[in-house]
Design a protein around this ligand. Structure first.
Ligand SMILES: Nc1ncnc2c1ncn2[C@@H]1O[C@H](COP(=O)(O)OP(=O)(O)O)[C@@H](O)[C@H]1O
Ligand SMILES: CC(C)(COP(=O)(O)O)[C@@H](O)C(=O)NCCC(=O)O
Length: 315
């Protein structure tokens, strides 16, 4: 296990770095609870997530989070005792951050499955922050249609209110729904969250620091994960996902990207690279990457999507 803290203040990091093999050795003596069939259902548009990766990386991670959740419950109970109040169970909230196309949804879906298999947290819900993007009409009105995914393209107050309500134990909390096919918020659709044991909040900007002393979403998290990889690799995953979507979702009549399904492949992929270069990469550099050091844990992925090391916050 490599200590990544050095004596030079410029290199000071709050993390301890654990390489893949050392991390895999931490795997609990629990059999991988997922079957190959379940795993196939969890896969996004990639095909490399295998059972070995689940056992080596994500199973130990789910165990660590399970320990944090038990710790948070104990602390909560002790605080209620101290105040002479009856302890109310509050959901444990996890944030999953990282670039567009780095694999956040895949990590979040996998964790939802794994965490729900621990007996003390059977109900795990997942929400993506894209539901809190302003509708296209509002982005147009604000002149930021080409900034989708940047912090200002979200209704951050609404998102904060939503997570606060879930965390304070509300019976039922509703969120808007964003469709990647329609490329917009769907007016008559919603996501409903009902008192989960764990809520996973996945999105590009979930680790943004508070603005001007106000409460930020990141203040409500009990555990945060930053999914990290080389920018060049992420760009390739983004373009590859676009290429696969051309043959699937983009062929649907109501797809915003319908024109790309029939377009010459080179031209379509050139468009994807342009979106990466002008929107997603600048957002990664300006807004997302700077939040990495705020995470509780960083998953570093190699070009093949396999996690090569894990950085865990120790201070
Ligand atoms: N662990 C993994 N193994 C193989 N492919 C993956 C893995 N994680 C993500 N991918 C693929 O990489 C692309 C981006 O992943 P996704 O989870 O959609 O990213 P994000 O939610 O960050 O935009 C998708 O095509 C997905 O299938
Ligand atoms: C919907 C997203 C902003 C991601 O949202 P998130 O769930 O991370 O908040 C992103 O996946 C995306 O589609 N960006 C759009 C870039 C563009 O084509 O305009």
């Amino acid at each position: 296990m490599a200590e990544s803290t050095t004596t030079s203040p410029t290199h000071l990091t709050p993390f301890v770095e654990v390489d893949r093999d050392a991390w895999a050795a931490l795997a609990p003596a629990t059999k991988n609870p997922l079957t190959e069939v379940e795993l196939v259902q969890l896969r996004g548009l990639g095909d490399r997530l295998d059972l070995q990766e689940v056992s080596d990386v994500y199973l130990p991670l789910s165990r660590l989070i399970n320990l944090y959740a038990a710790g948070a419950r104990n602390l909560h109970r002790a605080t209620s005792d101290f105040l002479g109040e009856r302890a109310q169970r509050t959901p444990f909230v996890i944030g999953v951050a990282g670039s567009v196309a780095v694999g956040k949804s895949t990590v979040a879906r996998l964790l939802r499955e794994l965490l729900s298999r621990w007996s003390d947290t059977p109900r795990v819900e997942l929400i993506t922050t894209d539901g809190f993007l302003y509708p296209n009409a509002e982005l147009e009105r604000r002149g930021i249609m080409d900034r989708k995914g940047f912090p200002e393209s979200y209704d951050r107050r609404h998102l904060l209110k939503f997570v606060s309500q879930v965390k304070s134990g509300a019976e039922e909390v509703r969120a808007p729904f964003y469709s990647h096919v329609e490329y917009d918020i769907v007016a008559d659709a919603e996501v409903v969250i009902r008192r989960p044991d764990i809520l996973i909040v996945e999105g590009l900007n979930v680790l943004q620091p508070p603005l001007g002393g106000r409460l930020a979403l990141s203040d409500l998290f009990d555990f945060t994960i930053y999914v990290d990889a080389r920018t060049h690799d992420i760009e390739n995953w983004f373009v590859e996902r676009f290429r696969k979507l051309r043959a699937s979702a983009f062929t649907e009549d109501d797809s915003f990207f319908h024109q790309f399904a029939s377009m010459d492949e080179d031209a379509a992929l050139a468009f994807a690279r342009e979106v990466w270069r002008t929107i997603n990469e600048p957002n990664l550099k300006q807004n997302v990457q700077p939040t990495r050091s705020r995470a509780t844990l960083v998953l570093r992925k190699g070009a093949d999507h396999k996690v090569s090391s894990v950085l865990l916050r120790k201070i």
